[in-house]
Design a protein around this ligand. Structure first.
Ligand code: NDP
Length: 283
């Protein structure tokens, strides 16, 4: 039976530490502030933004949300980002993904000043991560590494297999794991023999966005399994959220596993606050 890695509790403890640091910098006259931009009508994005606003309030970070409808001129989004880049009261800017299909996420992300790029997605911050320089790394991969360290203090020398190579999760996570001296294999939709390769993993992270994609045939006995996927499925006439990993199938084989929900999700939001704090302290 696997140990369940309780992301909700770990994120709560981490948020309490963040709050203490926020109180400390406020007493020195710094008021950390995050600006979040949502474009288009997307109920999931609205939900994520409200979770972020709630945690920001809990840890004492002030937040402001800018909402654009689906019909918006590119210039309006760009002008807002330029204005926030110049605003000395704003330390962190988040562009919530996805954007409507006609707008290119990376083009807008790269308008954010790298010193305010709270999710570490600008090409400059991604370059720093890839060259091992200090900078701001993306929140979900940071949260995953944080969870891993709760079950495995030193990940050096472990074989980590990452399923999925997006610029938000898979690629930066592979780089963070490499920087932590793991041996890393990055798999994607063109990769062959997935179960066989995954069975060589001491650490398996799935970020493909396919419900119950990873079964026990992917798992080496004793492996740590991190499930990033958030997938909505219909079951018995109602809808529910499941991960990429078939939790029940894998439970008896893995050494440790994250649940969905309450695994990686809360850690992403906690690291968003931690990155905001870092930006407020640095710049
Ligand atoms: P993307 O759709 O951007 O990337 C998915 C990746 O999975 C791609 O690299 C794709 O390969 C790969 N892939 C797709 N199908 C297969 C397959 N059959 N075999 C192997 N690889 C495959 O997704 P994201 O990275 O943005 O998100 C992944 C999941 O994580 C989603 O469910 C998302 O909701 C969730 N998520 C959760 C977060 C959290 O905080 N918990 C935060 C961010 C995302 P290729 O590149 O070849 O197309």
């Amino acid at each position: 039976m696997a140990k369940i890695i309780d992301g909700k509790t770990i994120a709560k403890e981490f948020s309490e530490q963040i709050k203490k640091r926020v109180d400390e910098i406020k007493s020195r006259g710094i008021e950390p502030r995050i600006a979040m931009i949502r474009v288009g009508e997307n109920p999931a994005s609205d939900k994520y933004i409200s979770v972020k606003e709630k945690l920001a309030a809990e840890v004492g970070i002030s937040s402001v949300v800018y909402k654009f409808g689906s019909v918006v001129k590119e210039r309006e989004i760009a002008d807002l980002i330029f204005q926030l880049n110049e605003d000395k009261k704003v330390h962190a800017i988040l562009l919530q993904s996805p954007l409507p299909k006609n707008l290119q996420f990376r083009a807008f992300v790269n308008l954010i000043h790298p010193n305010k790029d709270v999710d570490g997605l600008t090409t400059i911050n991604q370059g720093k991560l890839f060259s091992g320089e200090p900078g701001i790394a993306p929140c979900t991969p940071l949260g995953i590494l944080h969870l891993l360290r709760t079950v495995c203090e030193d990940v050096a020398g472990r074989h980590a297999v990452v399923l999925g190579r997006s610029s938000i999760v898979g690629r930066p996570l592979a780089q963070l794991l490499l920087n932590a001296n793991c041996t890393v294999t990055l798999l994607h939709s063109y990769s062959k023999d997935l179960p066989e390769i995954c069975r060589t993993a001491d650490i398996l992270v799935s970020a493909v966005g396919k419900p119950l994609f990873v079964g026990k045939e992917f798992i080496k006995p004793g492996a740590t399994v991190i499930d990033v996927g958030i997938n909505r499925i219909e079951q018995n006439g109602s809808s529910k959220i499941v991960g990429d990993v078939d939790f029940n199938d894998v439970f008896d084989v893995a050494e440790a596993i994250t649940p969905v929900p309450n695994g990686v999700g809360p850690m992403t939001v906690a690291h968003l606050m931690h990155n905001t704090l870092k930006l407020a302290c640095y710049y």
